[in-house]
Design a protein around this ligand. Structure first.
Ligand code: ADP
Length: 675
């Protein structure tokens, strides 16, 4: 068994101390012996002292096997010779035996005893006249001392070896306990094993399927990186075995250190004696045993950390999915999150036709694995030929159902997928919920938009009805005013009252059937005829209105009621905005395809900037015109009618106080018929 340099040094110091003690004792004996022997004994002591110091500080002398014990015994024998026997010189032999024992172990102690007995006998022979040869007790005492010393030295040596081992063991353990990762534990263990005496090298075998061994971490001598072993050797790997059973050309040990994953430690040993081998094997077993529990703790911690990370990834994926606002966003986040949780790639696939909705997996193989299977499931790609070909036969796929005939599939490390299936399901559930929510939101939004559109058109219809009502009220006012005038003159012109009532009825009928009425349905009118009737109605109100018309009839493509409305509105305005009694002229002109009608007055006129706007609904000119009652509707109604019948209306005025001319054109009835 090896000794460390420090242990050797301590031992050498002990030798020197014992020798110095021997010299001190020898010196005392010399002094007690009396003058006769002193000079010789003193000489022996000085020589022994010089020799002891030389041996201590001149290592080559220590290495020569017999120099030191021979020196010790020679010195002691010289002293015993020089001193009187009665002083117990055998004590000096005891020192010699002790020193020899320290140097050469129990065997040295026994050998030194034998030499001491021989030396003692030699002294007896040399000093025959003083000694009795039959006096054997010192010899017996020397033998007893030798045997006891040998026993003590053996015990001390044993303890020393044990201490050495436990020191190595403690150092290795403290190195091992500092490691957190399984890989680090294995590396430290292998390095510590390789440092042991008689160990050529150490390594870790990862045991794969089909009796396949992979050398992972190694220090010193090691087998090849990849190895396929016999079935017998594979069996031997499951228990501590002789290395020779696994790799015949190497000697040493193999000790399983972990079952999940399956790892075995291999240690190659020097060719050593069986005893030493047993001691070394014991130490290796102890170290591997301790490392095994540290390794399983490290694996457990790594697993827990990975589980924690997966949980965090799941939570992150779910919160990302929940923050998505579109279906496409939800699907993309789901695929990304599932990939992270599974430690691989993911995709959303429609098994019915193998289309990939989103993700970077091939749709066909995934569809093949997912079809007709109860989900969720973890499936080996080897279960389907297409999948085995596309993903590799040793790939594994986790499949969970999503919604709308789609599945979420993830490819990752097989052991991880089974552990993470529940987490993948959580991701899929979050995606399903979010998708349902988004679909519901979209439907609600659509409904709201349609409702908004309905409300808008309803509002439009309501406004149109309101406009029609306002128009009706305005239009009813003109004939009513006339009726009022006629009523006062009833006795004179009942027929005119009749005419106005007819106009009222027509208007009411028009208003009631406003939706059905379209321009072109009416019988055409003769402009001059109608103008004369309107002038007659105006005259009732006391106005002076004249007509200027061509000799030939001007037949316009417009209904009688509408034309009467136009004329009544324009003549009524001319009356309203002119001083009482001021003459008004209605002029009719015939042009190529149109007829033009103008109402000319000499009233308050119009500022130029208002000419374009007075046809707007509810538009009224402030100032003088405000003195006249009105709602700003008459001209807008005229414009609507003229425009509806394909004509144009406009106003002209030389300025305020200088009269106005309101003109409109309408297509001629014949021309309209031909176009
Ligand atoms: P109102 O009911 O106010 O007469 P109209 O639409 O008929 O509504 O006319 C709009 C505005 O045009 C009037 O308020 C008035 O200021 C101006 N206007 C209309 N006709 C004449 C006219 N013949 N002479 C001067 N101003 C007129």
């Amino acid at each position: 068994m090896g000794r460390t340099a420090a242990a050797t040094q301590a031992r050498e110091r002990a030798h020197l101390l014992i020798r110095l003690a021997a010299i001190a004792l020898g010196g005392t004996l010399v002094l007690l012996a009396g003058v006769g022997a002193t000079s010789l004994a003193a000489l022996f002591l000085v020589l022994y002292l010089a020799a002891a110091v030389c041996v201590r500080y001149y290592p080559p002398l220590q290495r020569a096997p017999f120099v030191v014990p021979v020196l010790d015994l020679a010195a002691v024998t010289g002293l015993v010779f020089a001193l009187p026997l009665a002083l117990g010189p055998w004590i000096l032999y005891a020192f010699a035996i002790g020193v020899a024992a320290l140097r050469a172990g129990p065997l040295g102690a026994v050998a030194a005893t034998a030499l001491a007995v021989v030396g003692y006998d030699a002294v007896l022979v040399a000093r025959g006249e003083q000694a009795r040869a039959t006096d054997l007790w010192p010899v017996q005492a020397l033998i007893a001392i030798g045997l006891v010393t040998a026993e003590i030295v053996w015990a001390l040596g044993r303890q020393d070896v044990d201490t050495l081992w436990s020191r190595i063991h403690a150092r290795a353990l403290s190195g091992l306990t500092r490691q957190r990762e399984p890989e680090e534990v294995l590396r430290t263990l292998v390095h510590e094993l390789a440092r042991l005496q008689s160990v050529q090298g150490a390594w870790v075998w990862a045991i794969g399927p089909d009796q396949h061994l992979q050398t992972r971490v190694s220090a010193g001598a090691a087998p090849p990186a990849e190895l396929v072993v016999s079935a017998d050797a594979a069996r031997a790997l499951r228990t501590p075995s002789a290395l020779e059973r696994i790799v015949p050309e190497m000697a040493g040990l193999s000790i399983p250190i972990s079952l999940e994953p399956p790892f075995t430690i291999g240690v190659a040993l020097d060719p050593i004696k069986d005893d030493d081998r047993a001691a070394t094997a014991g130490a290796i077993h102890d170290l591997v045993g301790d490392a095994s529990s540290l390794l399983s703790a490290a694996f457990e911690r790594t697993r827990r950390e990975a589980d924690l990370r997966a949980l965090e990834e799941t939570a992150r994926a779910i919160s990302e999915i929940d923050s998505e606002r579109s279906q496409a966003g939800v699907l993309a986040s789901t695929v990304l999150g599932a990939g992270r949780v599974a430690g691989g790639r993911a995709a959303i696939v429609r098994p019915s036709d193998g289309t990939v909705v989103v993700g970077d997996l091939e749709g066909g193989p995934v569809a093949e694995l997912a079809r007709d299977r109860r989900l969720p499931a973890v499936v080996g790609a080897s279960a389907a030929p297409l999948a085995a070909q596309a993903l590799g036969s040793d790939a594994t796929v986790a499949v969970v159902s999503l919604s709308d005939g789609r599945v979420l599939a993830a490819v990752g490390p097989p052991d991880l997928l089974s552990a993470r299936l529940a987490l993948l399901e959580n991701v899929a559930r979050a995606a399903r919920d979010r998708l349902a929510l988004i679909i519901e939101r979209d439907a609600l939004q659509l409904a709201a938009t349609e409702l908004g559109r309905d409300v808008q058109s309803l509002g439009g219809a309501l406004r149109a009805k309101e406009d029609a009502l306002t128009t009706a009220v305005h239009e009813l006012r003109n004939p009513l005013t006339a009726v009022h005038g006629y009523a006062t003159l009833m006795s004179r012109n009942l027929q005119a009252v009749q005419g106005q009532l007819t106009q009222l009825e027509r208007l009411m009928a028009d208003l009631l059937s406003a939706e059905q009425q379209t321009p072109g349905d009416d019988r055409p009118v003769e402009a001059a005829d109608q103008a004369r009737q309107a002038i007659a109605r105006a005259r009732i109100r006391g106005a002076r209105v004249d007509l200027e018309a061509p000799a030939q009839p001007v037949r316009l493509a417009i209904g009688e009621a509408r034309f009467a409305q136009l004329l009544d509105n324009l003549i009524s305005n001319a009356i309203k905005y002119s001083p009482v009694g001021e003459p008004i002229l209605v002029s009719i002109q015939l042009e190529e395809t149109i007829g033009k009608v103008s109402v000319v007055d000499h009233g308050m006129g119009l500022p130029t900037e208002h000419l374009g706007r007075i046809f707007d609904r509810f538009y009224r000119i402030g100032g003088t015109a405000d003195a006249v009652a009105g709602q700003g509707l008459g001209l807008s109604i005229c414009k609507e009618i003229v425009t509806a019948y394909g004509g144009r209306i406009w106003a002209e005025s030389a300025g305020p106080g200088r009269g106005s001319t309101f003109s409109f054109t309408l297509p001629l009835a014949v021309a309209a018929a031909t176009t």
